[in-house]
Design a protein around this ligand. Structure first.
Ligand SMILES: NC(=O)c1ccc[n+]([C@@H]2O[C@H](COP(=O)([O-])OP(=O)(O)OC[C@H]3O[C@@H](n4cnc5c(N)ncnc54)[C@H](OP(=O)(O)O)[C@@H]3O)[C@@H](O)[C@H]2O)c1
Length: 317
């Protein structure tokens, strides 16, 4: 297939592009900066830079493609900034406008598949009940645009294509900014995970998420949760991270603190035990890490190795 990938330089995109190339697909990758274009070229894809907010430029860029994977997002730069609803403005613009323009252009060009990234924590707090795709979503105001992005994929299906929505659980991986921030705090004995210690958090490694996008190329139209097999409680999440780091189990903030943190904090605090059954029934996809408990071990080892390699390079220089 000829596949157009946006967000190709992001944490999922930069894993997805080489996987697609290796699987024999022709990949056009949306890349905004020359330095990142070189890396994309090295991975065997063709980089293009078009303004994704420009309908005719998008239409032109998508000509001849069979599938589009829209992974463009723009998260606030730090965990602290995430608490400010205004820091989500660019992300809202992307999810409302870019998703629609891409889906419309994909239909106009005769593409058969449109894959849209989405965010599982738009489900309401469901305590310890499993959450499947039939649970009605309740996004907070700051991330209501996730629903607009999903609707672009559904509209693509209504026009005769196959629109697939991937509701990703919380990402983790050695290059996740928020994980670096969390690790610094866990080493100091504190983990700012909002909510109660027994609330569930659902995660997915970056690599398993990228493989889910590959699986989505063959899934029937619809919505799919992408999380690992065994969501854990907040307490297990931070304790197993501390174990992987070889440090003491950290303190969590008191549950009442969440009330002071506004809509973003309250969203993060939701207890979400996301079920991945539908994707596993629809595709051969299986997460490599059944739980973050195993995922932390490799992720932390990779981070430590990268840190040691960087130290050696700077000593040699
Ligand atoms: N489910 C989840 O837990 C979840 C979901 C999303 C993100 N995150 C986390 O949040 C952190 C940062 O995420 P992120 O979404 O900011 O970055 P990201 O995942 O690294 O990538 C975002 C992608 O969108 C592109 N992009 C951003 N603004 C754009 C625009 N205006 N027009 C076109 N393309 C644009 C970026 O391109 P450039 O490289 O040119 O900037 C990049 O390719 C990551 O650590 C990630 O793990 C978590």
């Amino acid at each position: 297939m000829k596949i157009f990938v946006t967000g190709a330089t992001g944490v999922i995109g930069r894993r997805l592009v080489p996987l697609l190339v290796r699987a024999g697909h022709k990949v056009t990758a949306h890349v905004r900066t020359p330095a990142k274009q070189q890396a994309i070229r090295r991975s065997g894809a063709l980089p293009v830079d078009v303004d994704l907010f420009d309908a005719s430029a998008v239409r032109h860029a998508l000509e001849g493609h069979d599938a589009v994977a829209n992974l463009a997002t723009h998260m606030p730069a730090s965990a602290g900034r995430m608490l400010l609803p205004s820091a989500w403005r660019e992300n809202t613009r992307i999810r409302k406008q870019v998703s629609r323009l891409l889906a419309e252009a994909a239909s106009a060009c005769g593409a058969v598949t449109f894959i849209q990234e989405s965010f599982a924590p738009i489900y309401p707090d469901c305590g310890d009940a499993w959450v499947d795709e039939t649970v009605p979503v309740q996004p907070a105001s700051y991330n209501a645009s996730v629903v607009d992005a999903e609707n672009s994929a559904h509209d693509f299906s209504r026009r005769g294509g196959r629109g697939v929505v991937l509701r990703f659980a919380a990402f983790y991986g050695p290059d996740a900014r928020h994980l670096h921030d969390l690790i610094k705090l866990v080493r100091k004995g504190f983990a700012p995970l909002l909510g109660t210690p027994d609330a569930f958090v659902s995660s997915i490694s970056h690599d398993d998420a990228a493989n889910a996008v590959i699986a989505a190329l063959d899934c029937p139209a619809g919505i799919y949760n992408v999380g690992d097999d065994e969501p854990v409680t907040h307490r297990e999440y931070v304790n197993s991270l501390a174990d992987a780091l070889g440090v003491a189990h950290p303190r969590l903030p008191p549950a009442w603190f969440t009330a002071l943190t506004g809509p973003v904090g309250k969203t993060v605090a939701r207890s979400l035990r996301i079920s991945n059954s539908k994707l596993k029934q629809s595709a051969l996809w299986r997460p490599r890490y059944s739980s973050v408990r195993q995922g932390w071990q490799d992720t932390v080892a990779e981070m430590l190795n990268a840190g040691r390699a960087a130290d050696e390079t700077s000593r040699a220089a």
